[in-house]
Design a protein around this ligand. Structure first.
Ligand SMILES: [Zn+2]
Length: 200
């Protein structure tokens, strides 16, 4: 069944409300407000609308609950300290820190009420996204020092794919990121009883 609803969503860069033609899900468009490239989300599944026990409906606009870059210190604390020490020596440490900082800015993990989006690259961006209803597994990995700094790796895999489609290292507060995904991914499984009508 083809979905004829206009798709309503928000620009994840500037928060401007956007609308797209039915059937345009997955297309890249340019936000009229901030000129950032964004991907049109697909409309929410009809089965979500049938669930009277949640406050969520397909009309709920998409919004980001987690939007972070990796942190410099948490994932490689010794490299970070070494770079700081080198500043005094040659100024080389400063260069290393600058490059490192740029590399963390090039990675951005955004989690909305609909999907998880990983963007890599400063100029040309590689965008990977997983819809919450497709999530099969969410993992947080934290080494000892990372745990002390509330930093860790977040990995998300979806049904129908081998391995983790989204893998982000050195992310701040990865447990919160996982909690957001878990909260939303569990809705459809709780609703879709065996033998429920599959309309998608
Ligand atoms: Zn925008």
């Amino acid at each position: 069944m083809f979905d004829r609803r206009v798709i309503k969503f928000v620009c994840l860069e500037c928060g401007a409300p956007l609308e797209a033609e039915p059937g345009s899900a997955g297309l890249r468009i340019e936000c009229p407000s901030c000129r950032a490239e964004t991907i049109v989300p697909r409309p929410a599944l009809p089965r979500l609308a049938a669930d009277a026990t949640t406050r969520r409906t397909p009309e709920e606009p998409e919004q980001a609950f987690y939007d972070e870059h990796p942190v410099m210190f948490g994932h490689h604390p010794f490299g970070f300290l070494g770079s700081v020490l080198l500043i005094g020596a040659f100024g080389l440490g400063l260069l290393l820190l600058a490059v490192w900082w740029l590399r963390t800015r090039a990675v951005r993990l955004t989690i909305t009420n609909r999907r998880t989006i990983l963007r890599r690259g400063l100029l040309s961006k590689l965008v990977t996204e997983v819809w919450h209803e497709d999530v099969r597994n969410v993992q947080v990995r934290q080494r000892l020092l990372e745990r002390l700094a509330s930093v860790g790796s977040l990995a998300v895999s979806s049904a129908g794919q081998d391995g983790f489609e989204i893998q982000a290292d050195g992310m701040p507060d990865p447990q919160r990121a996982k909690a957001i995904i878990d909260e939303y991914r569990l809705i459809p499984t709780a609703v879709a009883a065996p033998g429920a009508a599959q309309t998608v």
